[in-house]
Design a protein around this ligand. Structure first.
Ligand SMILES: [Zn+2]
Length: 481
């Protein structure tokens, strides 16, 4: 390859909002449920049924818009996007084309070259479609309309991204903002956050954009990264061979690690958009915006500063804990119960992170309660159990939300601080290991470690190691006298 190329990427991110009901009817918006059990004439698109806008959807859109530095459109409206597909019972989707609710925003991401602002062109509200279920054995397709009418925000970035790393950083930042706002749980594996990537390449140093393709519904950060790398290489390959990139929509197959052409890219005109006649424009007053702004929860930056100020945590801890809302929630709930913020932070950063990794789980899959977590930290921190026992007990807290106090009691794992018992064990160990005693007295410090280990073993790990060491030293010095 002689020429150098630059990759130009834009993202359309769909986020399912955490409202109780759907966007235009009173059906539950919850994930799951028996097929077609969350439906009514409105979301089934029956003739004559009329939509009523869910106020909470507008408030979430305003909240996300404010947190991403967007201007809120004073008078926004819905438009009809017409297309036929079996998962869409009305044969049109209610969306926003001409006057989206939020415009001209942006968020800052960290890149290898420092901070970079990624522009947000617009955010609009729309309804989700149903879901087709293909049964290959019976050779039929069934349709489930539970998801039809679930509220979505579509967040459209500017073409400001230049690499897979930047794209993932942008997605992570966006997800964190929306999770902190409580507007969506943003679970990519459950489809509550999905990304469409559009990408083109151009010769480095040129201004004109190349022809772009779009890859739909990528459902993990890994898929986004891999799809970008593969599509970039495919387009450069075409250009190097003197061929043209065709503007089209492609489907990424993460298993095969390549994309396939789905259809040529449609333009807005193909959808025959027109203003939705069944819904009046939405007027958003200054007062309403101020109201949403006032109720805005604490976002990551503010939380990070507060953790350092209020709890005296190092910047590193504050950054790590606020990097995932599940960690921040666990931290705050636990400290509320048992105090000891630095201990709690250490437990989350070390043991919780280790077990999550070991079980291939994400932080939002944590199932144990802050109550049992706090009990465990107190047991370990007051020396009531040894570190070994604490780690062992935590595995059960982590997996089954076990009560660590009961666990320690039932198994008799509380640390033995009874000097008489420890002295007896230490005496036996010294008598059984004359060579080590001799080594220690001859100046080999390491022999003491061995003797401590043997005594701990004799106490089945339940002894307080500092006390064991002190008793051994005392006994050894008696020997020299
Ligand atoms: Zn409905």
């Amino acid at each position: 390859m002689g020429k150098r190329y630059e990759t130009v990427i834009g993202l359309e991110v769909h986020v399912e909002l955490s409202t109780r009901t759907k966007i235009f009817c009173g059906c539950p918006a919850a994930f799951g449920g028996a097929p077609n059990s969350h439906t009514c004439p409105v979301c089934m698109g029956m003739p004559g049924a009329l939509p009523v806008l869910n106020r909470q959807v507008v408030e979430y859109a305003i909240a996300v818009g404010l947190a991403t530095d967007c201007a809120i459109t004073e008078c926004c409206q819905f438009d009809r996007k017409n297309y036929f597909y079996p998962d869409n019972p009305k044969a049109y989707q209610i969306s926003q084309l001409y006057l989206p609710i939020c415009q001209n925003g942006g968020i800052e991401i960290e890149t290898a070259e420092g901070k970079k602002r990624i522009g947000i062109h617009e955010i609009h509200m729309e309804e989700d479609a149903g879901k087709l279920v293909h049964d290959e054995e019976e050779n039929v397709s069934a349709v489930d309309y539970n998801r039809a009418g679930v509220p979505l925000l579509e967040i459209v970035s500017e073409q400001d991204l230049r690499s897979a790393e930047e794209t993932v950083a942008y997605l992570e930042k966006l997800r964190l903002i929306i999770q902190y706002l409580g507007a969506s749980d943003c679970k990519m594996n459950e489809g509550s956050m999905r990304a469409d990537v559009n990408l083109s390449v151009r010769e480095a140093g040129t201004e004109e954009l190349g022809t772009r393709t779009e890859m739909k519904n990528l459902n993990s950060f890994r898929a986004v990264s891999r799809a970008i790398a593969a599509e970039r290489d495919r387009q450069i390959g075409l250009l190097e061979a003197g061929k043209k990139v065709v503007q089209e929509t492609r489907r990424w197959d993460d298993r095969k690690e390549c994309s396939f052409s789905m259809r040529s890219k449609e333009d807005a005109k193909d959808y025959r958009y027109f203003p939705e006649p069944d819904l009046p424009p939405v007027i958003i007053s200054e007062r309403w915006i101020a109201d949403v702004r006032r109720r805005q929860p604490e976002l990551r930056g503010e939380k990070m500063a507060r953790y350092q100020k209020e709890f005296g945590l190092p910047a590193y801890d504050a950054q790590l804990l606020t990097g995932d809302k599940a960690f921040a929630d666990l931290f705050e709930a636990t400290v509320e119960i048992c105090g000891r913020p630095k201990r709690v932070s250490n437990w989350i950063m070390v043991e919780v992170s280790r077990l999550l990794k070991e079980h291939g789980m994400a932080p939002d899959e944590i199932r144990f309660s802050p109550e049992n977590f706090a009990k465990l930290i107190v047991l370990a921190d007051t020396g009531s159990i040894t570190n070994t026992v604490a780690k062992e007990a935590f595995e059960l807290v982590f997996l089954e939300d076990a009560d660590p106090e009961r666990y320690v009691k039932e198994r008799g794992l509380a640390t033995v601080n009874d000097e008489g018992a420890l002295r007896a064990a230490a005496d036996t160990v010294l008598a059984e290991n004359p060579q080590s005693v001799k080594d220690y007295l001859g100046g080999k410090e390491r022999a003491l470690g061995f003797l401590v280990g043997q005594t701990m073993k004799a106490m089945r790990g339940k002894a307080n190691p500092a006390l064991v060491k002190a008793i051994l030293l005392e006994l050894l010095h008696e020997e020299t006298e």
